[in-house]
Design a protein around this ligand. Sequence first.
Ligand SMILES: Nc1ncnc2c1ncn2[C@@H]1O[C@H](COP(=O)(O)OP(=O)(O)OP(=O)(O)O)[C@@H](O)[C@H]1O
Ligand SMILES: [Mg+2]
Length: 289
Amino acid sequence: MTLNTLAAALGADGVSRRYGATQALDGVNLRLERGITGLLGPNGAGKTTLLSILATVNEPDSGRVSAFGLDPRNAAERLEIRRRLGYLPQELGYHRHFTVAAFLDYVAILKEITDRRQRADEVARVLAAIGLEGRASTRIRALSGGMRQRLGIAQALLGQPELLILDEPTAGLDPEQRLRFRELLSDLPGEPVIVLSTHQADDIAAICPQVAVLLRGRVRFTGTPAELAATAAGRVWAADERDQGAHLSWRGTDGRWRHIGGQPPASADQVAPTVEDGYLVLSHAAGAQ
Ligand SMILES: Nc1ncnc2c1ncn2[C@@H]1O[C@H](COP(=O)(O)OP(=O)(O)OP(=O)(O)O)[C@@H](O)[C@H]1O
Ligand SMILES: [Mg+2]
């Protein structure tokens, strides 16, 4: 492992993972500092695989990861990472007969919050943070999908972890809850290391000072959202008609066609690129390889 990666709060060095014939991760290098990093990538890019390895519930075939200079291959260091970790898996298996409060209490016990009173306070804190305080005694099976997702976020927040790994936390959240989630993450005390995956480029633009793009098991971009948007500079244009020469075209809410391509026509009405445009240019380029 390079010195640079070791020094990072969270690092991956040459991480590869294969499932049968599928190369899910193919030599991932990443170093993340404190603050929020967004991970963007299409379905099957390897986001969940990478996050599960960073969360120490999965292991790479080759390469290394580290968190706070600790090595998860060492049992004692792995335990230390887990003590500092809050993890929202993409699919959290719930005990559906549990009530919301009983489930959180159970997770809090697993997180070694042994004092009953302290545990009750902590459960109340995360319930309020995620707006589920009115549902404390509802059984999990009776929650809506979005409420269940918020419960998943709440359990990750228990114990104020220094490392938060959230796999698609905003999936299934309504617009108001997404805004509330963004505010919640931005206001967490103690400057934790947060890495979250999402398909929403506007989540990235709104709350992630850093973004990494994962395509076909490789990190193809790391930088700020503005830098990601800039990768599409000069390659986004609008027109009244669909341009067959573009790589991607869609009709905007104003009824005009928006295009992304290698070279806009000379007369094109060029548009300032967004984070999503930058991401689409990168993924199109990776797909064409
Ligand atoms: N347990 C598994 N067994 C076999 N193949 C797997 C397994 N987990 C993931 N894969 C494969 O590895 C690749 C990466 O999957 P992964 O779930 O990491 O992608 P992802 O970026 O999280 O996708 P999504 O956006 O759909 O959640 C895919 O081709 C997937 O089919
Ligand atoms: Mg996934």
